[in-house]
Write a protein that binds this ligand. Structure first.
Ligand SMILES: [Zn+2]
Length: 421
């Protein structure tokens, strides 16, 4: 299956596809970690609660990556590393389709190093990291996820994943973008090391060298000072449920497949960039509106102040995932004036001008179900009509989802559109 160029050897990857990497070197490289089981401290009063569901949620996220995730730039999924520490009795909720490793200090450290190396292999790469478990996020920017060993020691940050350190480290690698999901408790903790703490696993003290520091990252994490997202839900976590669904669910209905909308790709003033170019992207407002009702209803915990890291795209419209399959939307095109009834035919063309086979004669209206995307709308009056050269109103009410451009000399009013998802 794999090329001579593949360097993964016998590493136990959950998903691995290096085939064709010679001709198509850009890829998606994912690291998925879920810690439900925490070791016991000798002083039993200080034991950490087990987080039934964290490992299962991570397994669900890995499944989503393999079955539903699509990179908007069409980079292929190349590697998924999965490290789990299930709680007792949790195994039955964990559905995996590939080998996973124990989420212990040594394995996680090695996996992070290997993942960073993969992410650094090409400028077209997308790096994805999902972590669930006990964690802490503070107003000073500390971001930690605790491994199981942290439960039994006094110096627990020694056995934590230094998420801030990893983000800093990843800014120096070639990958064009990073997506982080920190599915952690984000607890209030007054004994947290400073954000620049160089403890824990994942941190690498190295200079940027001559590589550009990249800013393209999206962080999805719990809110400052809340414990609401990382809920002990037995067969998943609340956040993983909202993002990708549970094993028995249809992942295409969930947040990472439905939260997107079409947005302008970049600033119009950027030279050489088509200001009308739009991409399917996940925005902050869209994510919030699409959260599970259960998550919306949860009361936030005490605010620590400072910046809320709920959704933290340094690039405001950073792209997360391309929906697969593309969502379909029902639109209704209505002729705004009754004298137009029956004398207009509309046809949807692709952006490149190819016929989609969609369209028809408009009576009072016509309803179409179309994939999200950009279309040209060609309007043809019947031969006997005398409306050539006239214009009519156009109002695309779902222009964030279905981009319609009018190609012909007539204009139609689109008054209603409904999502089918
Ligand atoms: Zn490989």
């Amino acid at each position: 299956m794999n090329d001579d160029t593949c360097s993964h050897g016998d590493e136990p990857l959950y998903y691995h596809c290096c085939a064709g990497i010679g001709t198509e070197p850009a890829g998606v490289h994912a690291l998925v970690i879920g810690v439900s089981r925490y070791e016991r401290h000798p002083d039993s009063d200080r034991c950490w609660e087990e987080l039934m569901g964290a490992a299962a949620g991570a397994a669900n996220f890995a499944r989503f990556l393999v079955t539903n995730f699509r990179d908007p730039d069409q980079a292929r999924l190349r590697t998924v590393r999965v490290l789990l520490a299930p709680a007792e009795g949790e195994e039955k909720h964990i559905q995996v389709s590939g080998p996973w490793q124990p989420a212990d200090y040594d394995s996680v450290g090695d996996a992070i190093d290997a993942w960073v190396k993969d992410a650094d292999s090409h400028y077209g790469n997308l790096a994805v990291m999902y972590v669930s478990g006990h964690g802490v996020i503070t107003k000073t920017g500390a971001q930690w996820a605790f491994l199981g060993e942290a439960g039994r020691v006094d110096s627990r940050y020694r056995y934590a994943i230094n998420l801030y350190g990893i983000r800093e480290r990843m800014r120096m690698v070639k990958a064009r973008a990073n997506l982080y999901v920190f599915d952690c408790c984000a607890r209030v903790d007054d004994q947290v090391p400073e954000w620049h703490g160089e403890q824990g696993v994942g941190w690498a003290d190295r200079s940027p060298g001559d590589k550009a520091i990249r800013e393209k990252e999206v962080v999805i994490s719990a809110r400052n000072g809340t414990q609401n997202y990382m809920i002990n839900a037995v067969d998943a976590t609340l956040m993983s449920w909202a993002l990708v669904g549970r094993a028995e669910d249809d992942a295409s209905r969930y947040l990472l497949c439905t939260a997107g909308e079409f947005v302008d790709r970049g600033q119009p003033e950027v030279p050489g960039r088509d200001p009308e170019e739009r991409v399917y992207a996940v925005t902050t407002s869209r994510l919030r509106s699409k959260l599970l009702p259960l998550m919306r209803d949860l009361k936030p915990g005490a605010q620590l102040g400072g910046e809320e890291p709920t959704i933290h795209p340094l690039v405001e419209k950073a792209v997360l995932t391309c929906p697969y399959p593309l969502p379909k939307f029902r639109i209704e095109i209505v002729a705004s004036q009754s004298e137009l009834y029956g004398i207009l035919a509309v046809q949807l063309l692709t952006k490149e001008g190819h016929d989609t086979g969609l369209g028809g004669q408009i009576g009072k209206s016509i309803e179409l179900t179309i994939y999200a995307g950009l279309y040209d709308l060609e309007v043809t009056p019947s031969a006997s009509s005398s409306i050539l050269g006239r214009t009519f109103d156009l109002d695309v009410d779902r222009d964030k989802v279905v981009g319609l451009r009018l190609a012909a000399n007539g204009q139609l009013r689109i008054v209603r559109g409904a999502s089918s998802i």
